[in-house]
Design a protein around this ligand. Structure first.
Ligand code: AHG
Ligand code: MN
Ligand code: MN
Length: 339
């Protein structure tokens, strides 16, 4: 880009894209700008986390039975307050709240619902490793002014927007409104997200696998056989693959979108309370699957597309295998063969 030329910012990108989709209301622009605004505030806090009293635990546990970090709470507050008062949504849900979150009294209800993981990768907060926010936006499908859980618990196939913010060496917003996947990098000097990764496409086959190998003894036979297979030496098929595991879903999926390969969080029998793995459908797996498919990749529960799962509970978990189409397909073949 020529010096002095400011790139396409988020607003202009959506406007350009929407010209191809006149049916999409201008609200999408407003929705994504509000998400970007909240992300800038969280980014500022994340980037000085080591300096102010924002690290560490709150001493509380969330609905998942997990320790709540101060930054989890901070990010949850920022996104819920900003989006709840934006006039775009009829109901919200986040990882940190047991039940659905209504729009505050006195504020307009809109025609969309949003589910959020306000701070993904909490275990990495105190060690200065990439963390993120994940969002999933559906159109309202119920008739009353105030939305219900039904507006949130739609299959990922219905998503009208999905994406994440990754707070790392730079802060990036990666999103799709169903028309390709696009990455924007925050330029703090102008406070704008500028398009830096137009039309991201996942390579059809990768050379990286990403999984928490510590759970190996708890996986199904099919998953274990697949992992053993990609570690065998076979130059013709590019094996063994390299392994990369950051432990923040946003960071592992971001790398997979850009470099290809396969990210996995299988079901495991380690914790009887979590028979379907650790990752939540509504605000982790569905939006990430939406991005992977729109980037030309695939996202599977091991037995079918994540986007086709009809949610039955707000915080339900599903097994998650996503990335290069050929790698995900091969994993599914191992599950069919051995499980
Ligand atoms: P969150 O911090 O929102 O609870 O999400 C953490 C998730 C996800 O980011 C990551 O992929 C996974 O936890 C890592 O889990 P393990 O530590 O069990 O590998
Ligand atoms: Mn998460
Ligand atoms: Mn989280």
């Amino acid at each position: 880009m020529a010096d002095g030329m400011i790139g396409i910012n988020l607003t202009r990108h959506i406007y350009e894209k929407q010209k191809e989709h006149p049916e999409a209301t201008g609200e999408l622009t407003g929705i994504l700008n509000q998400i970007a605004f909240a992300a800038k505030i969280v980014s500022r806090e994340v980037n000085k986390a080591g300096l102010v009293e924002i690290l560490g635990l709150t001493g509380k546990e969330n609905v998942q039975g997990e320790e709540v970090q101060k930054l989890d709470d901070f990010a949850n507050e920022i996104f819920v307050n900003t989006l709840g008062r934006s006039g775009h949504f009829c109901i919200m849900a986040t990882e940190e709240e047991v039940d659905t979150i209504p729009i505050p009294e006195g504020y307009k209800c809109g025609y969309y619902s949003i589910a959020l993981d306000p701070l993904d990768g909490s275990s990495n907060i105190d060690v200065n490793v990439n963390i993120g926010t994940i969002f999933a936006v559906h159109r309202k499908i119920t008739g009353e002014e105030k939305g219900t859980a039904e507006d949130l618990m739609q299959p990922g196939r219905n998503l009208i927007a999905g994406g994440y913010v990754v707070y790392g060496s730079s802060t990036m917003l990666v999103m799709s409104t169903g028309n390709g996947v696009h990455g924007f990098t925050l330029d703090p000097s102008v406070g704008e997200f500028l398009e830096s990764h137009p039309d991201i496409k996942i390579p059809v086959k990768g050379k990286i696998y990403s999984i928490n190998e510590g759970n190996y003894p708890y996986w199904s036979e099919g998953v274990r056989q697949y992992i053993d297979h990609i570690k065998e030496k076979d130059k013709a098929t590019g094996r063994p693959y390299s392994t990369r595991y950051i432990g923040s879903m946003v960071a592992d999926v971001h790398r997979t979108l850009l470099k290809g390969g396969i990210f996995m969080y299988p079901a495991d029998n380690k914790d009887p309370r979590k028979p379907h793995g650790k990752l939540r459908l509504l605000y982790e797996c569905a939006p990430m699957a939406f991005l992977c498919e729109h980037a030309g990749g695939a996202a599977s529960t091991g037995t079918g597309p994540v986007l086709d799962v009809q949610p039955t509970e707000l915080h339900q978990r599903v097994p998650f295998f996503a990335g290069s189409a050929q790698d995900v397909r091969e994993l599914e073949e191992f599950i069919v063969k051995y499980d």
